[in-house]
Write a protein that binds this ligand. Structure first.
Ligand SMILES: NC(=O)c1ccc[n+]([C@@H]2O[C@H](COP(=O)([O-])OP(=O)(O)OC[C@H]3O[C@@H](n4cnc5c(N)ncnc54)[C@H](OP(=O)(O)O)[C@@H]3O)[C@@H](O)[C@H]2O)c1
Length: 301
């Protein structure tokens, strides 16, 4: 059975990732900061069945690495998928009032932690070479509208990281995808009070990503509740967005195109490399021969 490593598992998005994982008959490896956080997650899910907990400081640059080390040592279950959704403050503090410590804390909690999670798990997934691996990141439209400058700036950095990861994994065994969320999702009890979307409903997005191999190197836009099931994917081919709203067929066709493109480019690169090597060898041999002819014979002593 596959396992999803969830980083930020106890938050609004993390709870939805855990729900999606369990609903899709997979197991969860949840990184939590302490026992209270683990208890909070069990309360939201209603049971601890299918969940392995591990405590680590995900804000430090060695927290996730330490977890991966334990997986490699066989002390924790191996994982085939990662969902990272660590977050900091959701505040409207205007730019001029953001203190240095507030800025640094939030860049650490909302950006660095997700970067560390990527950097320190992707090598493991590539090494395992499991053909259906995925890596999912959750970003928000705050990065574009910036009514909440603190979280907005962290999302801007995450956008760039996602673009690079989409490109770097176009041809790997890992389907990297960014979920771009444009409305508020909260754990079920809070969502019911606030009239926002529940983690349970939002879980359908991750279920779809796990289930559909054609969704890779994409931004999955969730602009309205209608997008929770009918995913809008936008390929980030060669670092550019190529919008493909809604259509499964177009998404599938574009996925196929991308795979073929990468294979062709890889083969072309290999062929070009061989031709270049042959030409260079001929040039070197000629240069060597000319050098030998033009060099006067050594003077006998
Ligand atoms: N919720 C949304 O509607 C929404 C919309 C768009 C984008 N997003 C993005 O999704 C991400 C997660 O959002 P969210 O609403 O799920 O946030 P959240 O509910 O505040 O959850 C944040 C997660 O990060 C963990 N975390 C934060 N600080 C930590 C620390 N110092 N040490 C250890 N763990 C820490 C929390 O653990 P604890 O439970 O132990 O505190 C929790 O698991 C953010 O990047 C956010 O911008 C969310």
């Amino acid at each position: 059975m596959e396992t999803v490593l969830v980083v930020g598992a106890t938050g609004n998005i993390g709870v939805s990732a855990v729900k999606a994982t369990l609903r899709s008959k997979r197991r969860v490896l949840a990184i939590v900061r302490n026992q209270d956080s683990a208890d909070k997650l069990v309360k939201h899910i209603g049971s601890s069945e299918g969940i392995t907990f591990v405590e680590a400081n995900i804000l430090s640059d060695s927290g996730v690495r330490g977890v991966v080390d334990q997986v490699r040592a066989g002390k924790l279950p191996s994982f085939q998928h990662v969902y990272s959704c660590v977050g900091g403050e959701y505040t409207t503090t205007p730019l001029k009032d953001i203190t240095t410590s507030q800025l640094r804390h939030n860049m650490n909690a909302s950006f660095e932690s997700n970067f560390f999670a990527y950097r320190d798990t992707i090598g493991y997934l590539l090494e395992q070479n499991y053909p259906a691996s995925t890596w999912t990141s959750c970003t928000g439209s705050q990065g574009d509208i910036a009514t909440h400058p603190v979280p907005a700036m962290t999302q801007g950095a995450l956008f760039s990281m996602a673009t690079a990861a989409c490109r770097e994994n176009t041809a790997t065994n890992v389907r990297f995808n960014e979920v771009y969320l444009a409305f508020r999702v909260e754990v079920d009890e809070v969502a019911a009070q606030n009239g926002t979307t529940s983690a349970s409903d939002f879980a359908s997005v991750y279920e779809e990503i796990l289930a559909r191999p054609e969704i890779r190197s994409s931004r999955v836009r969730v602009d309205s509740r209608g997008d929770l099931k009918n995913l809008k994917t936008a390929f980030r081919r060669h670092g550019q967005l190529d919008d493909l709203p809604g259509s499964n067929l177009r998404g599938w066709a574009s996925g196929l195109y991308d795979t073929i493109w990468v294979r062709v480019m890889n083969n072309r690169a290999k062929a070009t490399f061989r031709i270049t090597l042959i030409l260079k060898t001929i040039t070197w041999r000629r240069a060597e021969a000319e050098a030998t002819q033009s060099t006067p014979p050594p003077t006998p002593v």
